[in-house]
Write a protein that binds this ligand. Structure first.
Ligand SMILES: Cc1cc2nc3c(=O)[nH]c(=O)nc-3n(C[C@H](O)[C@H](O)[C@H](O)COP(=O)(O)OP(=O)(O)OC[C@H]3O[C@@H](n4cnc5c(N)ncnc54)[C@H](O)[C@@H]3O)c2cc1C
Length: 448
C-alpha cells in the first residue's frame, strides 16, 4: 500500500459538474447551462460523443417508434440532427425516420429519413451546442477520484496536463458510462457476469456497402472461424456514412472496461482481429479489391459495465411490456439488444414497444447531490440492453441537466425537486414524455 497526501488547487466551484461528454453528458451539460446553472463539463478524450464518436461509427438507436417511424426522443436530439444537416430546423417532430442506417432496416422502410450521424459532423456539432449553451468544457481531463462526506459529493479530483486539480460543485451528474463518480463516492452498483462484449469498430475506404456484401462478409468469417483462423466475432454489421466507405461493427472481446488490463487487451485483440477480417475479405471478395483500411477506434468501446443502483431499478419487464411510470423523463424504444459475450455472428434482438424511463433511475441511493445518466443509470442488465443506446442516453442526460439546475435554484437535493415542474421543463425544451397511442402495425425483424 502507498499513502499519498497533497494540497490541490480548487479550479472551479460550478453549480453543476457534468462528468463525461458522451451522449448523456452532452444532453446534461447543455440542459443545465440553458436552465441557468453555471456548468462545467470534464471529459477524458479530446472530443465529445462518448462511444458514439470514439468507436468511429454507430447507429442512432432509441430515437424512433419502429412501428411508425415517429420520433420518441426530442429536444437536444433534434438539435443535433439539425446541426449535422440531417434535417432542417423545425422539422424534427414532423418527419418519419428509419431506425438507423443499417442496411436491412433501410431496405424495409426506404421512404423514411435515416438519422445518420457521421462522427466527425457529430463532434463539431457537439462543440458548437455546448459552447453556445455557455458550458465550460475541459477536454483531456479525467475524473481520478471523489471525496464524499455525509452523503454528499464534496470534491471531484481531476487529472489533466495541469496535474491533479479539485472541483467543488453543488450538484454532480455522472455521465461517465462506467459510473466512476458514483462508484468512487460509495454508491451501490451492479455489474453483470458476463458483461456484453467490448468492440473495436473499423472503417474501410473505397467500398460500397450492400446487403449482399454483408452476407458474403459473414460467410467468409464463419468459414475462417471453422478453420481456426479467427476467434470470437459479432455480426458483421457494416454501415456507411458516405456510400463510398464502410464501418464495421464486427470485433468482439469479452472484457470489463473498468478493468485496465481488460481494456488494454480489448484494444490489442481488437486491432489484430480487425486487420485479420480485412485481410480475409480482401483476399476472398472481389468488391474489396480497392478497399483500404482507413482507421480503427480511437478506442475499443464498452456497451455495459457498472450499473448504479438507484431509487428504482428499470427491469426487463418494464421494457418488454412498454410500462408507464409517473416520474417518466424520457421514452426508451430500442430493441432488447444484448450482444452475447461468448457467441459469434448475429444474435436475436427482440422488439420492444416504447416505454417510460423513471427519474428515480437517475437517483443513486444514499447520495444527495448526485445524478447518473446514460448507460450507468439504474437498470437490470436485461433492461440496459435497450436503455443503453444513444438517443435514449441523450434524453436521460437532458432530463438530468434540467433536474440538477432545478435542484440548485430551489436549494433542494435532486430527490426533493418538484417532479411535475421538471417534466414541464423537459416538454418545454422539446422532450417527448407521452407514449404514442396504441398503434397496431406489424414490426419486421432485421434480416441478418
Ligand atoms: C461497440 C459499441 C457499439 C455501439 N453501437 C451503438 C449503435 O449502433 N447504436 C446506438 O444507439 N448505440 C450504440 N452504442 C452505445 C453508445 O455508443 C453509447 O455508449 C451510449 O449512447 C451511452 O452513452 P453514454 O453517454 O451513457 O456513455 P458513453 O458513450 O460511454 O460516454 C461516456 C463518456 O464519459 C467519458 N468518461 C468515462 N470515464 C471518465 C472519467 N473517469 N473522467 C472523464 N471522462 C470519462 C468517456 O470518455 C465518454 O466520453 C455502442 C456502444 C459500443 C461500445
Amino acid at each position: 500500500m502507498y499513502t499519498y497526501s497533497k494540497t490541490l488547487p480548487v479550479i472551479a466551484t460550478p453549480d453543476v459538474l457534468v462528468c463525461g461528454a458522451g451522449l448523456a453528458g452532452i444532453g446534461a451539460a447543455v440542459a443545465a447551462a440553458r436552465a441557468g446553472a453555471s456548468t462545467l463539463l470534464v471529459e477524458r478524450m479530446g472530443f465529445a460523443g462518448g462511444f458514439f464518436t470514439a468507436i468511429i461509427g454507430s447507429a442512432f438507436d432509441g430515437f424512433v417508434d419502429e412501428r411508425t417511424g415517429a420520433p420518441v426522443v426530442g429536444g437536444i436530439v433534434f438539435e443535433m440532427l439539425e446541426r449535422m444537416g440531417v434535417i432542417q430546423p423545425g422539422q424534427g417532430p414532423h418527419l418519419h425516420y428509419n431506425v438507423n442506417g443499417d442496411l436491412s432496416f433501410v431496405e424495409m422502410h426506404p421512404e423514411r429519413v435515416i438519422p445518420r450521424c457521421d462522427p466527425e459532423r457529430f463532434k463539431r456539432a457537439a462543440d458548437e451546442i455546448l459552447s453556445e449553451a455557455g458550458v465550460q468544457i475541459l477536454y483531456h481531463s479525467q475524473v481520478a477520484d471523489v471525496i464524499a462526506r455525509d452523503g454528499r459529493v464534496e470534491t471531484v479530483l481531476v487529472s489533466n496536463k495541469a496535474g491533479l486539480v479539485a472541483i467543488q460543485p453543488k450538484v454532480v451528474i455522472d455521465c461517465t458510462g462506467d459510473g466512476d463518480v458514483a462508484a468512487w463516492a460509495g454508491a451501490a452498483y451492479e455489474k453483470a457476469d458476463p458483461l456484453q462484449p467490448m468492440s473495436l469498430h473499423f472503417r474501410l475506404a473505397y467500398l460500397q456497402p450492400s446487403y449482399e456484401m454483408r452476407r458474403r462478409c459473414a460467410a467468409v468469417l464463419q468459414a475462417a472461424q471453422q478453420r481456426g483462423e479467427i476467434g470470437l466475432y459479432g455480426g458483421p454489421y457494416p454501415a456507411t456514412f458516405s456510400g463510398r466507405d464502410v464501418y464495421f461493427n464486427a470485433t468482439r472481446f469479452p472484457g470489463d472496461s473498468t478493468d485496465p488490463d481488460d481494456w488494454t487487451a480489448a484494444e490489442i485483440q481488437g486491432r489484430k482481429d480487425a486487420w485479420k477480417m480485412y485481410e480475409l475479405w480482401k483476399a476472398e471478395l472481389p468488391e474489396f479489391a480497392d478497399a483500404y483500411f482507413m482507421a480503427s477506434g480511437p478506442t475499443a468501446g464498452a456497451r455495459e459495465s457498472r450499473r448504479i443502483v438507484g431509487e428504482y431499478v428499470l427491469t426487463g419487464d418494464d421494457v418488454a411490456e412498454g410500462r408507464r411510470h409517473d416520474d417518466n423523463v424520457v421514452l426508451g424504444a430500442w430493441r432488447l439488444d444484448r450482444h452475447p459475450p461468448k457467441e459469434s455472428g448475429y444474435h436475436t434482438i427482440p422488439w420492444t414497444p416504447p416505454y417510460h424511463i423513471p427519474y428515480r433511475t437517475l437517483l443513486p441511493q444514499a447520495l444527495e447531490n448526485l445524478l447518473v445518466a446514460g448507460r450507468c443509470h439504474s437498470a437490470t442488465s436485461e433492461a440496459l440492453a435497450s436503455s443503453r443506446v444513444t438517443a435514449t442516453a441523450m434524453g436521460m442526460g437532458q432530463a438530468a441537466g434540467i433536474a440538477a439546475a432545478l435542484a440548485v435554484q430551489s436549494r433542494r437535493s435532486p430527490r426533493e425537486i418538484d417532479i411535475s415542474q421538471m417534466q414541464s421543463q423537459i416538454v418545454a425544451a422539446g422532450g417527448i414524455l407521452e407514449l404514442p397511442d396504441g398503434v397496431d402495425v406489424a414490426v419486421g425483424d432485421p434480416k441478418w
